[in-house]
Design a protein around this ligand. Structure first.
Ligand code: URP
Ligand code: ZN
Ligand code: ZN
Length: 460
C-alpha cells in the first residue's frame, strides 16, 4: 500500500514548508517538491497543514476507578482520539496493592490486546513498592518497553505511596534507565479537607474543588522535585494545573535539574467558575480541579518558555449515570472528564488561532516532545523519511462546534458543549493507512499496535 500526499504545508516542531510526502509500508519514504512517484492513492493537501500525528501521553481507558470503569474502552477511546488527530496514546496500568506489576500488566493486556484502533503504550503505576516490585522494574523496561513509572502522591488508601516508597522506586528506576512520573498533590492534606467538608455537610461538587487548593499541588510538586533531585532520576509531573506547582518546576530548572511538566488542555481553557453550577459541576470533577485565570496564564507562558513541555488530556470519561454515584457526596463522584478527541483542535483554536502559541510550538507540545520524552523519537512525533507515517491533514480555517451529539467519545455529555472551534482534523493517517476521512473511521478494531518504548534519553 502506497500513498502520496501532494502540496501540503508541512509543520514540524522546527520547520514550515510546502512539499509532497510519499508513504510506503507504513513509513514515510520520501519528502520533496513535485515528487514524480506512482502511488496506490493520492491526496491533494493544497491549502492544508500537515502535522505529525498527535500523541496523548495521559489517558485512562477502560480503567477500574472509584467503584466503576472509565467509559471509553480501547476501541472507542483510540477511535475518538483518531477523529481528533491523536494517533497514539499512553494509558496507565494500575498495580493493585499486594499484587505484582506483571499481574497488572496481564490484566491491562486482557482489556487492550486486539481492541485498539489507534496505537498505544503503557505507563506502569506503582502503588505498592517493595522488594518484589523492585525486582520487576528491569524486565518491564527491557523486555516490555514500558519505561515510565507513575506514582500517586494522593488517592490515599487506594493508589498513594509514601515518600519512602517514592525514593526507593526512584533509585531503582534511575538505576535501570527509566523515568518516574507523578500525580503531584498532597494526599494527606486533601484527605483532611475532604473529611472536614463532609463533616460539615458540605457535599456538592464545589467542595471537591475546595478540598484541593493550589497549595496541595504546589507542596507535592516541590517535594517530588526535591526527591528526584536527591536520587537523580528523570522526573515528570503529570497534569500540572497551577502557578504554585509551576514555580517549583522553574526552581528545579534553576538548579540545572530537569523536571518535565505536562499540563492538560482543560487547565488551559477551562476555569474554576464551572464549579458554581450545582450538581452539573460534576462534569468537571477531576483531580487536580480546574484553577484560576492566573494559573492559565502561567501555563501558557510555561509552554512558550519551555518549562511546560507537553499538553495531554488525562482523558478519563464517566457517563452521567456514573457521575451520579456522587450525587449526595462529592467525594464519590468518579474523577475525570472526556477530552481525548478535542485536545489538538482546542489547542490549535485557543492557542494558534488566538495567537498564544506558534504552529511549531503546537507540534512540539502535542506530539514531538512527548515522543522524545517517552522514548519513541524519531519513530513517532516527526515528519521524516523512515518515521511512521502518522499524519494529520488539517484545515486551519474550518469552523465547527463541539457537542456530545457529534463527538465520538463514549460519554453522554461534553465538557465543551457548544464551544466554537476554528480548525479541523480532516484526514488522519496512521502508519500509512487513511484512518479518518470524510468524518468516518476507516481502520478496524485491532489495527492499533502496542508500541514498545526505549529508555528515556532526556534529550529535551
Ligand atoms: O480526575 C482524574 N484526573 N482522574 C483520573 C485519575 C488521575 O488522577 O489522573
Ligand atoms: Zn492524576
Ligand atoms: Zn490521569
Amino acid at each position: 500500500m502506497s500513498l502520496l500526499i501532494k502540496n501540503g504545508r508541512i509543520i514540524t516542531s522546527s520547520d514550515d514548508y510546502i512539499a509532497d510526502i510519499y508513504i510506503e509500508n507504513e513509513k514515510i519514504k520520501q519528502i520533496g517538491m513535485g515528487l514524480s512517484v506512482k502511488a496506490d492513492q493520492t491526496i491533494d493537501a493544497t491549502g492544508k497543514l500537515i502535522f505529525p500525528g498527535g500523541i496523548d501521553p495521559h489517558v485512562h481507558l477502560d480503567m477500574p476507578f472509584m467503584g466503576t470503569f472509565s467509559s471509553d474502552n480501547y476501541e472507542t477511546g483510540t477511535g475518538a482520539a483518531l477523529f481528533g488527530g491523536t494517533t497514539m496514546v499512553i494509558d496507565f496500568i494500575l498495580q493493585t496493592q499486594g499484587k505484582s506489576l506483571y499481574d497488572a500488566l496481564k490484566e491491562w493486556k486482557g482489556r487492550s490486546d486486539g481492541n485498539a484502533v489507534g496505537d498505544y503504550s503503557f505507563h506502569m503505576a506503582v502503588t505498592d513498592f517493595n522488594e518484589n516490585t523492585k525486582a520487576e522494574i528491569k524486565d518491564l523496561i527491557e523486555k516490555e518497553g514500558i519505561t515510565s513509572f507513575k506514582t500517586f502522591m494522593a488517592y490515599k488508601g487506594a493508589l498513594m505511596i509514601d515518600d519512602r516508597q517514592m525514593v526507593g522506586l526512584m533509585n531503582e528506576v534511575k538505576k535501570q534507565g527509566g523515568m518516574v512520573t507523578t500525580h503531584a498533590t498532597n494526599g494527606d492534606m486533601i484527605d483532611y479537607l475532604v473529611a472536614k467538608h463532609r463533616g460539615e455537610g458540605k457535599l456538592s461538587p464545589l467542595y471537591h474543588y475546595l478540598s484541593q487548593p493550589e497549595i496541595t499541588e504546589a507542596e507535592a510538586s516541590g517535594r517530588f522535585s526535591d526527591m528526584a533531585f536527591q536520587t537523580g532520576v528523570t522526573a515528570y509531573i503529570v497534569h500540572m494545573t497551577c502557578e504554585g506547582a509551576h514555580n517549583h518546576v522553574r526552581d528545579a530548572a534553576r538548579r540545572n535539574q530537569k523536571v518535565y511538566a505536562e499540563t492538560c488542555i482543560q487547565y488551559l481553557v477551562l476555569d474554576a467558575s464551572l464549579y458554581d453550577k450545582g450538581f452539573e459541576s460534576a462534569k468537571w470533577v477531576m483531580s487536580p480541579p480546574l484553577r484560576e485565570k492566573k494559573d492559565q496564564a502561567s501555563l501558557w507562558a510555561g509552554i512558550n518558555q519551555g518549562s511546560v513541555q507537553v499538553v495531554a488530556t488525562d482523558h478519563c470519561p464517566f457517563k452521567w449515570e456514573q457521575k451520579k454515584l456522587g450525587e449526595n457526596d462529592f467525594s464519590k463522584i468518579p474523577n475525570g472528564h472526556p477530552a481525548i478527541e478535542h485536545r489538538m483542535e482546542l489547542l490549535f483554536s485557543e492557542g494558534v488561532h488566538k495567537g498564544k502559541i506558534s504552529l511549531n510550538k503546537f507540534v512540539e507540545v502535542s506530539s514531538t516532545n512527548t515522543a522524545k520524552i517517552f522514548g519513541m523519537y524519531p519513530r513517532k512525533g516527526c515528519i521524516s523519511p523512515g518515521s511512521d507515517a502518522d499524519l494529520v491533514i488539517f484545515d486551519p480555517n474550518k469552523q465547527h462546534t463541539l457537542s456530545a451529539k457529534t463527538h465520538h467519545m463514549n460519554c453522554d455529555y461534553s465538557g465543551y458543549e457548544g464551544w466554537k472551534v476554528t480548525g479541523k482534523c480532516e484526514t488522519v493517517i496512521l502508519r500509512g493507512e487513511v484512518a479518518i476521512q470524510n468524518n468516518k473511521l476507516l481502520v478496524k478494531k485491532g489495527y492499533g499496535q502496542f508500541i514498545k518504548r526505549n529508555k528515556t534519553t532526556g534529550i529535551i
